[in-house]
Design a protein. Structure first.
Length: 176
């Protein structure tokens, strides 16, 4: 992209597109995009250096400014649909990392989660509806989200089975 007065608004010399994988985290996407960008730069440089590259203006109506991500953005609102929460978990991995507040128990970071086809049985958002070696199933505003990799404060990332071996969730629920 050629520089101009706006923020990322200059004409484009070369563009590549890619699909985001259905279970790809932001960190995985970042690394994949870095490789794609390097290949694109390698392809664009000869034309730029020779002066033969013809930049294409960007369409202003498609321009958007993405807000900066803050640490607090990772807090999960269990009233949201399970599909949205699962995407937030992937979007905030590796930073700021999605998290919820267990009552009792405090902060629990969520590194991986999947939407499961299980009824929430009318449970309120944030209620733990099942806790097995496969994961911690949490009722959401629409559906159930299974937490498969978590991290308690001052501890390492672990799968749900390891977490449940050391922590009881009897009577616990996430604050919605």
């Amino acid at each position: 992209m050629q520089m101009d007065e706006g923020l990322d608004t200059g004409p484009v010399h070369l563009m590549r597109s890619t699909q985001i994988g259905g279970h790809e985290t932001a960190g995985e996407l970042h690394d994949r995009l870095a490789g794609l960008a390097a290949a694109a730069l390698d392809a664009a440089l000869p034309g730029l250096l020779a002066g033969t590259s013809e930049p294409v203006p960007q369409r202003a109506e498609f321009a958007t400014v993405a807000p900066k991500i803050a640490k607090g953005d990772g807090m999960l609102d269990w009233r949201a649909p399970a599909v949205e929460l699962e995407r937030r978990v992937r979007a905030f991995n590796p930073w700021p990392v999605a998290e919820g507040m267990l009552d009792p128990g405090g902060r629990l970071r969520v590194w991986d989660a999947v939407v499961v086809e299980a009824p929430a049985s009318g449970a309120r958002p944030g209620a733990i509806v099942a806790a097995t070696r496969n994961g911690i199933d949490v009722a959401t505003g629409d559906g159930v989200l299974r937490l498969t990799k978590v991290q308690p404060p001052s501890a390492r990332v672990m799968d749900a089975a390891a977490y449940l071996a050391a922590h009881s969730l009897n009577g616990a629920a996430f604050v919605a």
